[in-house]
Write a protein that binds this ligand. Structure first.
Ligand code: 5GP
Length: 190
């Protein structure tokens, strides 16, 4: 997605440890017009499927998924929670995901009542690095016996192995921008 690539080049900042900061437009301050274009593109890419639910993970995925959902046919967004709270009642699907940016392992959870075997699920997230967040979400979809339609990622870091792991599982993965390398402080798209 050209618009997204241009914005990454203009406003993205590279940090130590293969981290790309896009907090001025994607996951802290959010450019809603851009998120709207991102949502439109996810809809275009997955228009061959009838999707009943979008699943994401807190925190950064929520805004992206919520705006994307408006381009689909009146479907809810469910987000996996990383912190067990007293408000999270009833039975839960749980899995684990190691945070790429924080290095800690989260228990992630979704209430069973929000994901059922009748659902056709699109997973959406902001970044794909080593695939841990997606694998946790995929595990939860599989536990629920819902149909996993595929995964939509805004920025895939193609030089890390997450994309390969997911695609090797035969799961449809659509990334709107794939970064091939960030050598010498230079972002190169695939
Ligand atoms: P993974 O689980 O694929 O290793 O990493 C994906 C998760 O880590 C995403 O949900 C995202 O929040 C975070 N993440 C991974 N790489 C980056 C990055 O380069 N920049 C930012 N801002 N977040 C990242």
């Amino acid at each position: 997605m050209k618009l997204l690539q241009q914005r990454i080049l203009k406003d993205g900042h590279l940090k130590e440890g293969n981290i790309l900061k896009v907090d001025s437009f994607l996951n802290h301050q959010m450019d809603i017009k851009l998120l709207n274009e991102i949502g439109k593109e996810f809809k275009r890419l997955f228009s061959d499927h009838s999707i009943t639910k979008i699943l994401t993970i807190e925190t950064s995925g929520i805004g992206i998924a919520a705006i994307a959902a408006q381009h689909f046919d009146d479907i809810p967004v469910v987000f996996a929670k990383k912190v067990k709270s007293k408000n999270l009642d009833g039975e839960l699907f749980t899995s684990k995901a190691q945070s790429f940016t924080k290095g800690i392992v989260y228990d992630i959870q979704v209430a069973k009542k929000f994901l059922t075997a009748d659902d056709h699920v699109l997973i959406i997230d902001d970044f794909l690095a080593k695939g841990q967040a997606l694998l946790g979400l995929i595990d939860i979809v599989q536990q629920s016996q819902a149909n996993l339609v595929g995964c939509g990622i805004v920025i895939e870091k193609g030089f890390q192995n997450g994309g390969q792991i997911i695609r090797q599982k035969g799961i449809r993965l659509e990334s709107l921008a794939i970064i091939d390398s960030i050598e010498n402080n230079q972002i190169v798209f695939g």
